[in-house]
Design a protein around this ligand. Structure first.
Ligand SMILES: NC(=O)C1=CN([C@@H]2O[C@H](COP(=O)(O)OP(=O)(O)OC[C@H]3O[C@@H](n4cnc5c(N)ncnc54)[C@H](O)[C@@H]3O)[C@@H](O)[C@H]2O)C=CC1
Ligand SMILES: O=C(O)C(=O)CO
Length: 301
């Protein structure tokens, strides 16, 4: 079967090509049975594009909290996200942030004079990975050569390479044991604010929080307080709440904070991996095979 797919509202050439490589036919929206959405991210814009013929919608991001909160995600049509596909590049970024933190690069990068050495080895550090999907699994693989015991927080019951597995509702047990706590879970009503004053109090005094998922999993004011009071060692944030982090925000000037501007998924890698996901899913849809990255309307990821 040839699938009739619309790519829009922006007809991104890389995605049009991916649909064709997957064996699909690129058609105007009125003729489409599948929609590869790439647009403003406004839920209203997407909702207006979903006519009666559409049976499947592919979203471009891994995190779909905005569409989920607006009630756009359904089982019919089925929705898929890019979940899992950006794992390798985001995991590489999380590793870079942890190495930078251990080796004090955040401090040396700002130094204007020869400063005393305070850096430590990263190898052998205990890393708690909260959310063991695409990013978490890729990170666990990257950590293997560093001999880092990984505590994986996941309900899946398996986490290849992890030294220990904890189910989601017991994630706090990982906090006193970890030198680094990596946030790699989706933003849902259940995970919003899951890292606040109570969780920072459980972390080791020298431990770092590394957030590569979504800013709102962390209560920013509580994080600022924990950093100010030296309750945790530091924070490395690729994502923030609010985002973009406004100029003048206290996090910008804390010397135990490392901020990157949601850059864990570099553009070239983003387009390549998204195109691979689109191609694969177009092929699967045509074959009637299960689609990758299916979003659950009730779970919101
Ligand atoms: N910084 C960036 O550029 C990027 C950020 N992201 C964010 O990272 C999130 C994760 O991405 P992927 O690993 O690709 O998604 P994924 O869906 O492959 O993995 C997420 C995992 O977290 C688990 N999970 C859900 N609720 C949880 C909870 N309460 N506690 C612990 N685990 C929980 C899920 O079961 C799943 O296994 C995305 O939702 C997105 O918001 C994703 C890609 C790029
Ligand atoms: O896909 C996502 O959710 C991102 O944050 C950007 O790649």
């Amino acid at each position: 079967m040839t699938v009739a797919v619309h790519v829009g509202p922006e007809p991104v050439p890389a995605l049009v090509e991916a649909v064709r490589r997957g064996g699909g036919r690129v058609v105007p929206l009125e003729e489409a049975e599948a929609l590869v959405y790439y647009g403003s991210g406004d839920p209203g814009e997407l909702r207006r594009m979903i006519g009666e013929r559409i049976r499947w919608v592919q979203l471009p991001n891994a995190g779909v909290e905005r569409m989920a909160a607006a009630g756009v995600i359904t089982d019919e049509p089925v929705f898929t996200a890019a979940t899992g596909s950006y794992g390798p590049q985001v995991a590489e970024h999380a590793l870079a942030l942890m190495l930078a933190a251990a080796r004090e690069l955040h401090r040396y990068a700002r130094a204007t004079t020869w400063s005393p050495d305070g850096s430590a080895l990263f190898a052998g550090s205990t890393v708690a990975v909260v959310g063991h999907g695409g990013i978490g699994r890729a990170l666990t693989r990257l950590l293997e050569p560093f001999g880092c015991p990984v505590i994986a927080v996941t309900d899946r019951g398996d986490a290849p390479g992890a030294a220990r597995i904890l189910p989601r509702d017991r994630f706090r047990e990982a906090l006193p044991e970890a030198d680094y706590v990596v946030v790699a879970a989706p933003l849902t009503p259940r995970t919003r604010g899951m890292f606040g004053a109570r969780e920072f109090a459980l972390m080791r005094p020298g431990a770092w929080l590394v957030n590569v998922a979504r800013g709102a999993l962390v209560v920013t004011d509580d994080l600022v307080a924990a950093l100010r009071e030296g309750r945790i060692g530091g924070a490395a944030l690729d994502v923030t709440d609010p985002e973009p982090l406004p100029d003048g925000h206290p996090l910008w000037t804390m010397d135990n904070v490392l901020i990157t501007p949601h850059s864990a998924n570099p553009r070239a890698a983003y387009w390549r991996t998204l195109a691979e996901r689109v191609e694969d899913n177009v092929r699967r849809f045509a074959e009637g095979a299960p689609l990758e990255g299916r979003v659950s309307p009730s779970e919101g990821f």
